[in-house]
Design a binder for this molecule. Structure first.
Ligand SMILES: *Cc1c(COP(=O)(O)O)cnc(C)c1O
Length: 451
């Protein structure tokens, strides 16, 4: 392995290991915590050998004009900051990344801020940000000669893993909770040829079973405990800095499930500061669903220093996780950048999702927690009107069309969940109406909306 360029450092006890010594479950054999990829050469290369910030910015921009697959990837375009492969020829890419950054003018006006943007990671090849981490981790699996890869998933990880495995000619094993994932995601895993097990448990139960499987069989684990996932998932930070002409926004707001993505983005910004690509860090805030809020609770109870798992319940299935693996990494990202960790209710998520839809963007329910969280942060005075805010929209609207239809039909939320939100919900609902095949009937339907 590229041991001279990267090593793994335990997040808990700080012990360093060479990459090839990591265990199949990516847990430290001393303290049981997770690893982070680090590049000792970057610190050592002070002076003339240090990667030159100006040259990198120029190179990364030039690559956007290239016809090479690796250059067209919004992850591998930044490969100078991803020295995890011996041979970049082993990289498996579907041209992930390079996702759009959209202004949200209506939401911005409603919230009294000017500079509100959405970085839409749902615009990746399989429809979620998981692609950015899968291209890096699966490439490592391929370089190390694995024939099988596996993940436990609420849906999007399995869709991404199955696609990248198929591209690389590897076989993939998916463990998903029985009956509690969005159909679009299950369909993708099947379409890309994964061996899919619907396990009669929740996500946290799937993780427990899979951890035993990878210790018993020669299968490469691609859950986000795999530190190479986070290397790919840090690259949207580079894209954001580039989009803001190598400045950073004041706030980045991220949904929290298993809590790796928020940590990955923080790592991306931190490395840019270390290498002199940007001058400062944004504040990183994490938003959870109120029914799956172990980290938000821990911030209320003990400032994020200890976390008690919960039994998770939310219709935002991508973040229906009660015992998040990367909670310590996410807690540090929030604490060191001066961000917040909050939770939002099912009604707040549904309303925010409809508002993002009404901007012509759309997203998964799990992504909408960001806008719902921003509303709370504005209300508590944490974000000033002149500050720049970026919401990370993690998944595509069509991943969970049932959720959207149920909302507009008025079947999503129970009466007790709607209390206090009835007017907002009624204003946003756009149910389909059934009409006779005549002009008059259609015009009558139109008057019903306009009138
Ligand atoms: C995986 C996922 C999340 C949660 O990301 P974590 O890294 O697990 O916190 C949020 N939204 C969507 C759409 C996802 O697929």
């Amino acid at each position: 392995m590229n041991d001279n360029l990267h090593q793994l450092r335990c997040f808990g006890c700080g012990s360093q290991i060479v990459a090839s010594d990591s265990k199949p479950d990516f847990r430290c054999s001393i303290c049981g915590d997770l690893f982070e990829v680090e590049y000792p050469g970057w610190q050592a290369r002070k002076g003339p050998d240090r990667p030159n910030a100006g040259a990198l910015k120029w190179l990364w921009r030039e690559r956007r004009m290239s016809t090479e697959a690796l250059d067209q990837s919004g992850v591998w375009r930044f490969r100078e900051l991803l020295p995890i492969l011996n041979n970049f020829g082993n990289a498996v890419t579907l041209r992930e990344g390079n996702t759009p950054l959209y202004h949200l003018p209506r939401a911005a006006r409603a919230l009294g801020i000017d500079q509100l943007y959405a970085k839409h990671q749902g615009m990746n090849p399989t429809g979620s940000f998981k692609d950015t981490g899968m291209t890096t981790a699966l490439s490592v699996a391929r370089e190390r000669g694995f024939e099988w890869v596996a993940c436990a998933s609420t849906g999007n990880t399995s869709a991404a893993m199955a696609a990248y495995a198929a591209r690389a000619g590897l076989r993939s094993l998916v463990l998903i909770p029985d009956g509690k994932i969005a159909w679009g995601k299950l369909a993708q895993a099947m379409d890309y040829g994964a061996v899919t097990c619907q396990v009669k448990t929740d996500f946290d139960g799937c993780v427990r079973v899979l951890t035993q499987v990878v210790k018993a069989a020669h299968i490469y684990l691609l859950n986000s405990v795999n530190p190479y996932r986070l290397e790919g998932q840090k690259t949207p930070a580079f894209e954001l800095a580039e989009a803001f002409d190598w400045n950073v926004p004041d706030h980045v707001i991220v949904p929290g499930g298993n809590l790796a993505n928020s940590a990955a983005l923080e790592k991306g910004f931190r490395e840019m500061v270390e290498l002199g690509l940007v001058a400062r860090m944004p504040r990183i805030s994490v938003i959870q669903a109120a029914g799956a809020n172990p980290l938000a609770r821990s911030f209320v109870e003990n400032a994020g220093t200890a976390m008690t798992p919960v039994e998770a319940h939310t219709r935002a299935t991508a973040i229906r996780i009660g015992n998040p693996a990367s909670w310590r990494k996410a807690a540090r990202a929030i604490q060191t950048t001066g961000g917040w960790c909050l939770d939002v209710t099912e009604a707040e998520i549904a309303i925010a999702k409809a508002e993002i839809g009404a901007e012509g963007l759309g997203c998964e329910p799990a992504s909408a927690v960001t806008l719902a969280g921003l509303r709370k942060l504005r209300a508590q005075g944490s974000i000033a009107s002149g500050e720049t805010v970026v919401l990370i929209l993690t998944g595509h609207s069509l991943k969970d069309a049932d959720y959207t239809i149920d909302f507009h039909r008025g079947e999503l939320l129970r009466d007790d969940e709607k209390i206090g939100h009835e007017d907002e919900i009624n204003k946003l609902r756009r149910n389909a109406v059934s009409v006779e095949p005549t002009m008059d009937a259609v015009l009558a339907a139109l008057r019903g909306v306009v009138g």
